[in-house]
Design a protein around this ligand. Structure first.
Ligand SMILES: [Zn+2]
Length: 263
């Protein structure tokens, strides 16, 4: 598959070395993710496809994937912007969004891409599946060498995320092109490692609550040893994500801000 990898030029604390966007050139070029509107990204994109992409698919509305849409729209007003709707978040980016659906097929010069709705990291998250090469454009579903944050207080749902990992695994991917970090040549192994990690974390949460009921900050302090202060909030989101899933299974309950085991 002929894919041009374009860096969004946005390194930072939340994006690591920054985001990758992926261009499928051809008569009707398709760009996966909009970047953040950085001049370097726009320059490389319009050098590769001087008329601009025909279509931009945004994997989800987090700003490092979507906030470049208005700059692209301004430069090339004919671009069609596609994503699964998440109205509260999409409204932050002033472009006309067209709704993507699970199972929808997008034609490209490299053959069809199938939309796979993969909520969990965010409610609107999609993976694009290229069956011919068994390649998945995975957005923020997978990151080599790291787990994926489930921002539970901002639309993240761990149970949905685990289901989405299962959907991707069932496709039998050979390669994943993520929005952050290196290309993943063994996506099934990464998914297995994620599932094992989540089981370990769940066991830690249950064991810790088994000793005594606790608030989320207390749980974070006991589960994550030597956590960098900048990462405490993210760890809290991860613990909350587990608690909400366990609450849905009636295995934990909350009294105000304090969580306890259901015995
Ligand atoms: Zn994200």
């Amino acid at each position: 598959m002929n894919v041009v990898t374009l860096h969004a030029a946005n390194p930072g604390p939340m994006t690591g070395s920054g985001n990758w966007t992926y261009l499928l050139p051809g008569p009707r070029p398709l760009l996966v993710d909009a970047g953040v509107g950085h001049d370097d990204h726009l320059a490389r994109l319009f050098e590769a496809v001087p008329g601009g992409p025909a279509t931009v698919v945004v994997t989800h509305a987090h700003s490092d994937h979507a906030s470049g849409a208005p700059a692209l729209h301004e430069r090339a007003p004919a671009i069609r912007f596609l994503k699964v709707p998440w109205p509260d978040s999409d409204a932050a980016y002033a472009v006309p969004w067209d709704a993507l659906d699970d199972g929808q097929v997008l034609e490209t010069a490299e053959g069809p891409l199938t939309v796979v709705h993969t909520p969990g990291h965010s409610p609107d998250h999609v993976v694009l599946w290229h069956e011919a090469s068994r390649t998945a454009f995975t957005g923020d579903l997978l990151v080599r060498g790291s787990t994926v944050v489930i921002p539970a207080s901002r639309g993240g749902v761990l149970a949905d995320y685990l289901h989405s990992l299962g959907r991707l695994a069932a496709l039998g991917p050979r390669r994943a092109l993520p929005a952050h970090g290196p290309v993943i040549d063994d996506p099934l192994a990464v998914i297995d490692a994620y599932l094992a990690h989540r089981r370990d974390r769940e066991r830690q949460v249950l064991e810790t609550l088994g000793e005594t009921p606790a608030t989320i900050p207390a749980l974070v302090g006991r589960i994550y040893r030597e956590l960098h202060p900048a990462l405490v909030a993210m760890a809290g989101e991860s613990v909350l994500a587990h608690l909400v899933m366990l609450e849905g299974q009636a295995r934990v309950a909350r009294d105000g801000a304090t969580w306890r085991l259901v015995r």
